[in-house]
Design a protein around this ligand. Structure first.
Ligand code: ADP
Length: 720
């Protein structure tokens, strides 16, 4: 009897399509296949096979079983689970999962190798070339460089037959981790935490532990022991370490490589496509046993995932807000459950969600309350900007400048933290008051001095800074309002002309290699003052950094969404936590206009528990996460009347369900992006409600017409 294959296609389609399995193809679930879709052949993945009962309309046959590795059952199940959770088409997470499979293969490289034939004339240059080539195949240009000769010498040896040209494809190979190597000698509290994690890993099966330890307590050292245990317990076991930023992946890759004597697989948006393919295939084959990556690494085709570590688990960067909307920490826990794996969530400032799960006993709670060794947590002081304001047009207050001077005088480093890219967040016309905004988006244009452009950070739109106001035509009337990192750097240079100053933001550090270089330069002490956005303010260890100045501690509190206080606390605790490692005491100064605010007081007193307790009580009273659940609907369209009409229908279609309240529609704070008007619903539900099912039922009742798009965001982090 013939069989029917359900094939999932990496496109936003509601479900898998059925195809007939051709005679003799012997498909299995997870296989990658090519199937006809309209006039095209397209790659898909078989999710299920069933016997054809006959009598049905004839199905198109699967065109081809591809030679690429199949997706393991856990990966397929995870993709389907994630789609259901996010109320999105399963083809969306599948597209993420196949990113590596669809990347181009590494191209063959031209190399030369020795043939054994001796050249007619053996000049010293030629001998050097042959000696260098004896080590193995090498590209001709590299060989010439290694032997310090011109390319003509290499070519001459090829012409004479002493060297031969060849094409090779670099093999997809990851060295096995060396499990005989040892990590650091753990201190007693680290050892106690590591023992619990090791026991959870050895017990096998699904578990979640929250590794809650102050900055510098050695969380990385502790979870690397759990990684070692997982790898040693089963020769096929694989481990995934997730990090929120590319810059942080670089630091952890170096530590993993040091601990296990082998490079882990690296996975993030900055990895070149052929390297991505190499990692993808090696993970599918089980030969890449450790992956260090950003959130999308969660969708890799692990054969036998034994342990997932989510480092800096509180970090908002784990939330993907465009395309397929998901939170990598939450999905990591789900994947752990599907794969029967241990999950470790690590942070110095865990999310309230994870703390709540730890409090109620759903997660094992492991605490590290002190820094390793003699290192102390920094002293934190508030600078009241109402009392000691900076000079007009300046952003660093006198007490901060004095502290910077003292720090520099001792030969130590300062980190100035400001979570704002560019030179100035706003440019306005002194003559007519016009604010420069993006043409089709509700957002101010940010001035960037390095490039001389005004940039929209939402859409990437940019234009040269005009000489005259585009609105009133006044010449030289445009003024820059407020500071970004570039402007703070300018001020620091004016104050400390002899200091070595650098800026770390996504504009100055645009790829993984540059990030690594900057981190190494800073760690080596070759930068005196680093002005940084959050890209550099988390997770790193800079032994000679003893002063952290937070330029605008109030920044994250403005706008005030549900998590504003929590996020500000976490970000500033992380940033200030960079100060004082090794044996040098550190200091952090927070510039604020609201020193009485609960967040500032908690930071100063270093009393996380009191802050968390107050925040939890407020959330509980309001039924907000982690005590209730939220979802958002963002509807957008180019035509305001059409959008309103659709939203009316959508509001009427909202199902009635106990424990669910629907608010809106309301104008989104960002009412216009790329020419599309935006409106939102907010949905609050009691904890026990299956909010994904509710949202799916709602969406099934309305069909967006025309150019209207509807996005559903389960557990939203952005309310813009
Ligand atoms: P966390 O992740 O908690 O911020 P890390 O694991 O990065 O902490 O440790 C902070 C610093 O202390 C690192 O430089 C690390 O190498 C060092 N360290 C931590 N624990 C030990 C230990 N047991 N022995 C030696 N060095 C340690």
């Amino acid at each position: 009897m013939s069989r029917i294959a359900s094939v999932l296609i990496p496109m936003p389609l509601p479900e898998a399509f059925d195809y007939a399995e051709p005679e003799g193809m012997a498909l299995a679930a997870g296989d990658q296949v090519a199937v006809p879709l309209g006039p095209r052949l397209i790659r898909g993945v078989v999710t299920q096979l069933r016997e054809a009962l006959g009598g049905n309309r004839p199905l198109k046959p699967v065109a081809e079983k591809l030679d690429d590795p199949p997706l393991p059952p856990g990966t397929v199940e995870f993709i389907q689970w994630a789609a259901r959770y996010a109320v999105d088409a399963p083809g969306q997470p599948l597209a993420i999962a196949l990113r590596g499979a669809r990347a181009p293969k590494p191209r063959p490289q031209r190399v030369v190798r020795v043939t054994g034939a001796q050249p007619a004339r053996a000049t010293p240059a030629r001998i050097r070339v042959l000696e260098a080539a004896a080590a193995g195949p090498i590209p001709p240009a590299d060989l010439a460089r290694a032997a310090e000769v011109s390319s003509g010498v290499v070519k001459g040896l090829i012409d004479e037959g002493a060297l031969v040209l060849d094409l090779i494809v670099a093999e997809a190979r990851f060295d096995a981790p060396d499990l005989a190597l040892h990590g650091a000698d753990l201190n007693p509290s680290q050892a106690a935490a590591a023992e619990v994690l090791k026991a959870l890993v050895m017990a096998g099966g699904y578990s979640v532990a929250l590794l809650d330890g102050v900055t510098g307590s050695g969380k990385t050292e502790v979870y690397l022991e759990a990684v070692a245990t997982a790898l040693a317990a089963d020769p096929g076991a694989q481990v995934l370490i997730l990090l929120p930023e590319i810059a942080l992946t670089q630091a952890v890759i170096a530590r993993v490589a040091g601990r296990f004597g082998a490079q882990p697989g690296e996975w993030h948006s900055d990895v070149a496509p052929p390297a991505r393919r190499r990692v993808w295939e090696s993970v599918a084959a089980g030969t890449c046993r450790i992956v260090v990556g950003a959130r999308s690494a969660l969708f890799l085709p692990f054969r036998k995932l034994a342990l997932i570590v989510v480092d800096e688990e509180h970090d908002g960067s784990f939330k993907q807000e465009e395309g397929f909307i998901y939170h990598a920490r939450d999905l990591a826990v789900a994947r752990g459950k599907i794969e029967d794996a241990a999950v470790v969530l690590a942070s110095a400032t865990p999310s309230l969600e994870s703390l709540r799960n730890a409090e109620t006993g759903r997660y094992r709670w492991l605490k590290l309350t002190a820094r390793h060794g003699t290192a102390q947590l920094p002293d934190i002081d508030l600078i009241d900007l109402r009392e000691t304001p900076p000079d007009p047009g300046r952003w660093l207050s006198p007490p901060l400048v004095v502290a910077m001077a003292e720090t520099w005088g001792r030969g130590e480093q300062t980190l100035l933290f400001l979570n704002r890219r560019g030179y100035a967040p706003l440019v306005l016309c002194r003559a007519c008051g016009e604010r420069m905004t993006a043409p089709d988006t509700d957002s101010w244009l940010v001035e960037h001095r390095y490039t001389g452009r005004l940039v929209c950070h939402l859409t990437g739109f940019s234009m040269p800074k005009p000489l005259a106001c585009p609105h009133c035509g006044a010449k030289e009337s445009l003024v820059s309002i407020g500071p970004g990192v570039e402007r703070v750097e300018e001020e620091a240079r004016a104050l400390f002309p002899d200091a070595r100053i650098a800026v770390f933001s996504s504009d100055t550090v645009f790829d993984a290699r540059e990030a690594r270089r900057m981190i190494e330069t800073m760690a080596a002490g070759d930068i005196d003052i680093l002005v940084a956005t959050q890209a550099a303010a988390k997770g790193h260890n800079f032994p000679n950094l003893t002063l952290v100045g937070v330029v605008d501690a109030d920044l994250g509190l403005r706008g005030g969404d549900l998590r504003a206080a929590e996020r500000t606390y976490q970000l500033l605790a992380q940033a200030t936590g960079r100060a004082g490692r090794k044996d040098r005491p550190g200091r952090a100064l927070l510039q604020t206009y609201a020193p009485e605010h609960a967040v500032m007081q908690a930071l100063k007193a270093q009393d996380r528990d009191a802050f968390v307790a107050a925040e939890m009580a407020e959330r509980e009273l309001a039924g907000l996460p982690p005590f209730g659940r939220l979802a958002a609907v963002i509807a957008s369209g180019p035509d305001a009347a059409q959008l309103d009409d659709f939203l009316r229908k959508m509001a009427e279609a909202a199902p009635n369900a106990p424990g669910v309240a629907v608010y809106g529609p309301a104008d989104a704070p960002l009412g216009l992006i790329r020419g599309r008007r935006r409106k939102r619903f907010l949905i609050r539900a009691d904890r026990g409600v299956d909010l994904s099912a509710y949202m799916a039922a709602w969406r099934a009742r309305v069909r967006p017409s025309g150019q209207i798009r509807v996005a559903i965001d389960i557990d939203p982090y952005s309310f813009l």
